[in-house]
Design a protein. Structure first.
Lengths: 149, 115
């Protein structure tokens, strides 16, 4: 049973198109599995999400990335699952931070042109979901579907 | 708060190496270490922080721009890092001390001679 369990989706820089698609897809999948989903990101990433999902059908809760880090460090909140989206060194660095501050089961969702090289730099405890995807979300969707929650 | 950007839009590894090479003193903290009351350090452990004169050197990561090395004058934050280091050393000495005492203390002079 996953009722009452919480999942966090940490969005990276929204410049690679597949991110938003997979965030919405994964949120829907997690919600259907009974998870209470929160998506966190920069102002731009959260705006993209809200415009894409105006009725909050797929994601009900959004949070500023800095605020969620503050709340996790101060132990005001934590999650059962945490998916960190990354296609750059900065995203990988955020993943390392969540690995250190949160007790959640951590997934590094790695995509973009340099996905393979980036995946090699993820040397902290995280389950890697990796696909060399930028415009077409299907390779990453297939990997997401293989994750046993 | 006045800040100076010493290195910009780089990888976290390069930012860390810059701090290690350009600081008088280097301290390592865990991700989430709080500075200036409201900023939580983002980083891959070990996260280096430096002291150079009155300047605190630290990494700042923005999702769309990468890692930056920033410098802000703050003797207070530098002193907090030094104090933290002193506490770590004290704790490790204490731990070592306890290890030495793991051997049972002789109950009498007679026990000492048995050795």
């Amino acid at each position: 049973m996953t009722q009452g369990k919480k999942a966090l989706l940490v969005m990276g820089c929204p410049e690679v198109p597949v991110q938003m698609s997979i965030v919405l897809y994964l949120s829907n999948k997690l919600s259907k599995a009974g998870y209470d989903v929160t998506a966190a990101g920069t102002d731009a990433a959260v705006k993209l999400l809200k415009v894409s999902d105006p009725e909050s059908y797929y994601i009900q809760k959004t949070e500023d990335l800095d605020q969620i880090i503050s709340d996790v460090v101060e132990k005001k909140i934590d999650f059962d699952l945490c998916f960190v989206f990354m296609h750059s060194d900065a995203g990988m660095t955020y993943g390392a931070t969540f690995s250190a501050i949160s007790k959640a089961r951590l997934f590094a969702v790695i995509f973009g042109k340099n996905a393979e090289e980036l995946a090699n730099t993820v040397d902290y405890p995280a389950e890697k979901i990796m696909a060399k995807a930028t415009h077409n979300p299907n390779p990453l969707k297939i990997k997401v579907d293989k994750v046993v929650l | 708060m006045k800040y100076r950007i010493l290195l910009e839009k780089t990888s976290f590894r390069e930012a860390r190496e810059y701090i290690e090479k350009n600081s008088d003193e280097v301290y390592y903290v865990e991700p989430g270490y709080k500075i200036f009351k409201d900023y939580y350090i983002i980083g891959v452990p070990p996260v280096a922080m430096g002291a150079r004169g009155k300047e605190l050197l630290f990494t700042y990561v923005k999702p769309c721009y990468g890692a930056f090395v920033m410098a802000i004058d703050s003797e207070e934050e530098i002193e907090r890092l030094r104090e933290r280091e002193r506490e770590k050393i004290k704790a490790s000495l204490k731990k070592g001390g306890l290890k030495e005492r793991a051997e049972p203390v002789p109950a009498s002079f007679g026990d000492m001679w048995k050795k």
